[in-house]
Design a protein around this ligand. Structure first.
Ligand code: NAD
Ligand code: LMR
Length: 328
C-alpha cells in the first residue's frame, strides 16, 4: 500500500467542496491505489463548522477504502500542515450581474493569509490549485505570499474553461470530446480568456479545417465559452459546482499523473513565453510528466490571436495592479 497523500481543501463545506471531496476520497483524482488524508478548512463560524462536520460524517458513511484520515479545522496552518496538494476553493462566489474581478478585494485577503500559511507549514513540493475567484490573481497573491515555495507550485484553474470549450467543439464538429487534441485556453479565467483551436486535431487532421467557420469562432464559440460561468449562474441561481469540482480533479490528476504527451490548459506563472511577463498567472498549453508541467513553446500567434492574448493579459495586469498594495 502506498503512503497516504495529504490533500488540503479550503471551503470544504461549500457547494464545490461537496462535489469534490467524495470523488477525491474514492480515488478519482490521484488513482485507485492512492490513499488520501483530507485536511479540510472552513471559516471559524458555527454554521460553517457544523456543515463541515456533516460532510465528514457523510465521508465516514461512504467507508472509502482509500480515505486514510480526515482533519477538520478553521486554522489554515492546521489544514496545510505537510499538505502535498492544496485546493484553494474557499472564497465568496459571484452572483448575477457581477464579474469575477468584482470579488478581487473581497477575496484577496484570504489568499494572502493562506499563501503565508502554505509557506510556513506545507510540504516543500505542495501542488496548489486556486479555484476561488478571481482565480488567476488569487493564485498570484498566494504565490507572492509564499516566498519560500517554488512559484511553479502555484496554479489557477482554467480547466473548466478548457472542458467547456471541448464540449462546444465536439458538438460543432460532430466528433467525440476525447478525440480532440492540442487545444488551449489562453489567459485569464474571465470573459477575456481566449479559447484557441487553431492547432487542434481530430485523428491527426486539423479541427479548424473541419469546422471552417471563422464567424462561428469569433461571434459564437469564443463569447459562449467566456460567458459560460455567467450563463450557469443565470440558470441555476448559483455558480457552477459539479463541473468546477470535476475540472479541479482533472487539473490535479493530470499534473500528478501526467498527460502522456497530450496538451491541456493550466493557469501557471509565466516564464516569459509568448511575451507574457514573468510571474503573471496565465492559461498556457502544457504537457505534464512526473509531476511537472512544460509549456508548449513557439506556437505561431496570428494577428487575431495576438489581440485576444493582449486583451486578457491587459486585464490580468489591471487585476495585479489592483492588489499590489496588499503585497507590499
Ligand atoms: P460556496 O459559497 O458554496 O462555498 C465557499 C465556501 O468557502 C463556504 O462554505 C465558505 O464558508 C468557505 N470559505 C469562505 N472563506 C473561507 C476561508 N477564508 N477559509 C476557508 N473557507 C472559506 O462557493 P462555491 O460555489 O463552492 O465557490 C467557491 C469559489 O470558487 C468561488 O469564489 C467561486 O466563484 C469559485 N469558482 C471558480 C471556478 C473556476 O473555474 N476557477 C468555478 C466555479 C467556482
Ligand atoms: C465559473 O466559471 O463557472 C466560475 O468561475 C463561477 C463564475 O463566477 O462564473
Amino acid at each position: 500500500m502506498k503512503q497516504p497523500v495529504r490533500v488540503a481543501v479550503t471551503g470544504a463545506a461549500g457547494q464545490i467542496g461537496y462535489a469534490l471531496l467524495f470523488r477525491i476520497a474514492s480515488g478519482e483524482m490521484l488513482g485507485k491505489d492512492q490513499p488520501v488524508i483530507l485536511q479540510l478548512l472552513e471559516l471559524p463560524i458555527e454554521k460553517a463548522q457544523a456543515a463541515l462536520k456533516g460532510v465528514i460524517m457523510e465521508l465516514e458513511d461512504c467507508a472509502f477504502p482509500l480515505l486514510a484520515g480526515t482533519v477538520a479545522t478553521d486554522d489554515p496552518e492546521v489544514a496545510f500542515k505537510d499538505a502535498d496538494i492544496a485546493l484553494l476553493v474557499g472564497a465568496m462566489p459571484r452572483g448575477p450581474g457581477m464579474e469575477r474581478k468584482d470579488l478581487l478585494l473581497k477575496n484577496a485577503e484570504i489568499f494572502t493569509v493562506q499563501g503565508k500559511a502554505l509557506n510556513k507549514v506545507a510540504s516543500r513540493d505542495v501542488k496548489v490549485l486556486v479555484v476561488g475567484n478571481p482565480a488567476n490573481t488569487n493564485a498570484y497573491i498566494a504565490m507572492k505570499s509564499a516566498p519560500d515555495l517554488d512559484p511553479k507550485n502555484f496554479t489557477a484553474m482554467l480547466r473548466l474553461d478548457h472542458n467547456r470549450a471541448l464540449s462546444q467543439l465536439s458538438t460543432k464538429a460532430g466528433v467525440a470530446v476525447g478525440e480532440i487534441e492540442k487545444f488551449v485556453v489562453w489567459g485569464n479565467h474571465s470573459p477575456t480568456m481566449y479559447p484557441d483551436y487553431r492547432f487542434a486535431t481530430v485523428g491527426g487532421a486539423s479541427l479548424k479545417d473541419k469546422i471552417n467557420d471563422a464567424d462561428w469562432n469569433a461571434n459564437d464559440f469564443i463569447p459562449k465559452v467566456g460567458k459560460r460561468g455567467a450563463a450557469i449562474i443565470e440558470a441555476r441561481g448559483l455558480s457552477s459546482a459539479a463541473s468546477a469540482a470535476n475540472a479541479a480533479i482533472d487539473h490535479i490528476h493530470d499534473w500528478v499523473l501526467g498527460t502522456n504527451g497530450k496538451w491541456t490548459t493550466m493557469g501557471i506563472p509565466s516564464d516569459g513565453s509568448y511575451g507574457i511577463p514573468e510571474g503573471v498567472i496565465f492559461g498556457f498549453p502544457v504537457t505534464t510528466e512526473n509531476g511537472k508541467y512544460t509549456i508548449i513553446k513557439d506556437l505561431p500567434i496570428d494577428e487575431f490571436s495576438q489581440k485576444a492574448i493582449d486583451k486578457t493579459l491587459a486585464e490580468l495586469e489591471e487585476e495585479r495592479g489592483g492588489v499590489a498594495h496588499l503585497l507590499g
